[in-house]
Design a protein around this ligand. Structure first.
Ligand code: NZQ
Ligand code: ZN
Length: 386
């Protein structure tokens, strides 16, 4: 096991009606907040009214900024930074999914920073200060509700880049599984694939002697598989949605990666797809993760065989056969949620593969479990094609 430092400081407030506590919680931090949200689902579902009621009850003033889109845009982040400065706002409440939360985190880091917020994504500057962010989560997926990372798209350059700092980890997150009942089925499926992929990125490691996190990863992956199928079959299955909500948070809050080197290639490869084609992150991962697995499994056949046996109950005694069955089962799991596992299925052809591979590899290549250069990445896109 490697040395590690782990910060899990986000307070989680979980369960039915927990959003009613938001005003009371915020009062511990601020009297005037930015209420940040997406394209309108919170208004259609009635959540907006509940949040406003709770803020008013606790005499918390608020200024609103809606309009965050999936693959959240840099231009709205810049608008949010200006708004917070003008209105003297020192706290952001994000109500929505990963996109809204990431947009809120970027605004939070940008407000006290003298330069341009995109510097944090291009790694030209470090985040040294941020105003606090809290969330009310409405979709189980990205894990941003307890993660120190954010992903923003610059619509001008069409680059989707991530930034990271413990300073942008939400101070509290409200998780009420009932708030996910209004999601379209495909969003539940995308979310399940995303959280599953967050564990895949940590599970496939070269670090030895990490029994606790190996076993935890396997258990959480099994729970996600079981409950994703139930939630897609019945969107209002509270128990399944509750498991997915907690599973998605645990998958990405850092605990499953403690003491191990993580990979993150599939995410980097997917981010180029969602930047170029504006597809949902989970839709992209459903095609990239199996292709990545097929490309790298020979690097450590025994680990892939263990994955097959412990996550998908594959019984094959031959490691190579078991490893391949595990990859096939991964494909089947994503398909069982109604998702395509090929780029062609998403209507994406080979036209941008060369460009995306080069952008993704950058100067230094990507990945830790297996290091990949532009040529490797191109081969993975081609495996994902059809
Ligand atoms: O915008 P609204 O109208 O709210 O609609 C959203 C959006 O269209 C809708 N939705 C959300 N909750 C709903 C709902 N519709 C009905 N009922 C509800 N309860 O769902 C759509 C997708 O929302 P989005 O926030 O984009 O989904 P998700 O949580 O999957 O976030 C995806 C973003 O997170 C990034 C992804 O790259 C992507 O940009 N990620 C962030 C990470 C992080 N910060 O740690 C890690 C992840 O790996 C990921 O990269
Ligand atoms: Zn993800």
């Amino acid at each position: 096991m490697e040395n590690f430092a782990l910060d899990l400081s986000t307070k989680i407030i979980f369960g039915k009606d927990s959003e009613e506590k938001v005003g009371e919680e915020i009062k511990n931090y601020s009297e005037k907040v930015l209420l940040h949200y997406g394209g309108g689902s919170i208004k259609r579902t009635g959540l907006y009214e509940k949040v406003v009621k709770s803020l008013k009850k606790s005499s918390v003033e608020f200024v609103e900024l809606g309009g965050v889109v999936p693959n959240p845009r840099l231009s709205l982040v810049r608008e949010g930074i200006e708004l917070c400065r003008k209105e003297n706002i020192d706290f952001i409440l994000a109500v929505g999914g990963g996109s809204v939360i990431d947009s809120a985190k970027a605004i939070a880091a940008g407000v006290p920073y003298k330069g341009d917020v995109w510097d944090f994504f291009e790694k030209k500057a470090r985040i040294r200060e941020a105003i606090p962010v809290a969330t009310i989560l409405t979709i189980s997926a990205a894990g941003s509700e307890m993660s120190p990372s954010m992903v923003i798209t610059d619509e001008k350059s069409r680059r989707k880049l991530s930034g990271r700092s413990d300073l942008i980890r939400p101070v509290f997150s409200i998780l009420n599984p009932e708030l996910t009942f209004t999601l379209p089925k495909e969003q539940v499926a995308y979310g399940a694939v995303d959280m599953f992929a967050h564990i895949v990125e940590r599970y496939f490691t070269s670090t030895k002697n990490v029994d606790v996190t190996d076993e935890m990863c396997e258990a959480v992956m099994r729970s996600i598989i079981m409950n994703a199928k139930k939630a897609v079959a019945d969107l209002e299955d509270y128990n399944a949605q509750a498991e997915l909500m907690w599973g998605g948070t645990v998958a990405h809050n850092g605990i499953l990666g403690a003491g191990r080197e993580e990979d993150w290639s599939s995410h980097r490869i997917e981010h180029e797809l969602s930047a170029a084609y504006d597809i949902a992150h989970g839709a992209g991962l459903a095609v990239i993760v199996p292709a990545w697995m097929a490309y790298v499994y020979k690097h450590d056949v025994r680990r892939f065989a263990r994955y097959a046996r412990n996550v998908f109950h594959v019984l094959d005694e031959d490691d190579e056969k078991a490893a391949l069955s595990g990859i096939e089962e991964t494909n089947k799991f994503f398909s069982s949620l109604g998702l395509s596992t090929t780029m062609k299925g998403l209507g994406i052809g080979e036209e941008n593969i060369g460009k995306m591979s080069k952008l993704c590899a950058g100067k230094d290549g990507i990945g830790f479990f297996v290091k990949l250069d532009a040529e490797d990445i191109e081969k993975i896109y081609r495996l994902a094609l059809d």
